[in-house]
Design a protein around this ligand. Structure first.
Ligand SMILES: C[S@@+](CC[C@H](N)C(=O)[O-])C[C@H]1O[C@@H](n2cnc3c(N)ncnc32)[C@H](O)[C@@H]1O
Length: 266
């Protein structure tokens, strides 16, 4: 995955810039995650799988949880540790570089909660199924799992009914990203074209264009995989409305493309 210096087709530096840019959007998700944790009376130790730059894990730590974050990208992990320091939660966060599919090589601890936020669909469903079984061995009794990821149903709903989510841009930290997204109903596939530019001070210089066509998993594939691995589904949440006037939503439709599944270890 990360052996050629690339992460999912991106140069690692660009990957890190893209993920770092999204740090600020954590408030979008943390309320929902905290409300699930409180509703399920979850314990305090959390394993954050694919933690990126600590967008979620730092916020969890701010709310009294202790978090171990794991990510493929060393730069992301370094930034996550830096953020935790800045936010005064270094004492309740730890970060490791590695592939969470090989969790046994990274830790032998047990956790009350595992979160995997926008970090599971990069792996194949076969890998994910195997991993979820393995994960159960790293959890305390009645542990909670929260997976938020993009699902086919949410793409269909958003991309076919909401023009604002078909072309959008983000411009932050000197990195301009122009996104173009479409849904191919015949093949149940999502097509993305992303063009990246870096600010030169007087304008923007083109860096690269990344195109991807893929068939995102259906929600039922996630819930089946989770159930087969020994977890009981507790809730599934999908966005029900879209406010195209809100600039935050307009420029950041990830929530609209995704679903949040919570489960408890049987
Ligand atoms: C879209 S980002 C989301 C990051 C973070 N969860 C958040 O919500 O801000 C996905 C992250 O998952 C990481 N990732 C994906 N598959 C992984 C794996 N198998 N092991 C470790 N990290 C992984 C990527 O490196 C990336 O930083």
């Amino acid at each position: 995955m990360n052996t050629t210096g690339k992460i999912y087709g991106y140069d690692e530096d660009l990957w890190y810039d893209v993920i770092r840019r999204e740090w600020k959007s954590g408030d979008r998700d943390i309320g929902r995650i905290l409300s699930i944790l409180r509703r399920l009376n979850a314990g305090k130790s959390i394993l954050d799988l694919g933690c990126g730059v600590g967008r979620i894990s730092s916020r969890l730590a701010k709310n009294g949880y202790s978090v171990l974050g794991i990510d493929l990208s060393e730069k992301c992990v370094t930034e996550a540790a830096k953020l935790a320091n800045e936010l005064g939660v270094a004492g309740s966060t730890r970060y490791l570089v590695g592939n969470y599919l090989h969790l046994e090589e990274l830790t032998d601890e047990r956790f009350d909660v595992a979160t995997c936020i926008l970090a599971s669909s990069w792996n194949s469903m076969v890998d994910l199924k195997e991993f979820l079984k393995k994960l159960a061995g790293f959890m305390n009794p009645s542990a909670v799992l929260i997976i938020q990821d993009t699902v086919n149903e949410s793409f269909v709903q958003t991309l076919t009914s909401c023009p604002a989510a078909q072309r959008w841009f983000s411009d932050e930290g000197g990195l301009l990203a122009l996104h173009s997204w479409s849904y191919d109903c015949e093949h149940s596939a999502v097509k993305t074209e992303k063009k990246f530019y870096r600010s030169t001070g007087s304008g923007f210089a083109f860096i690269t264009q990344i195109e991807r066509t893929y068939c995102p998993p259906y929600l039922s594939e996630f819930t089946d995989a989770i159930g087969e691995a020994g977890w009981e589904i507790v809730s599934v949440e999908r966005p029900t409305s879209f406010n195209p006037v809100g600039i935050g939503d307009y420029n950041d439709p990830w929530l609209l493309f995704s679903a949040t599944i919570s489960a408890r270890l049987k």
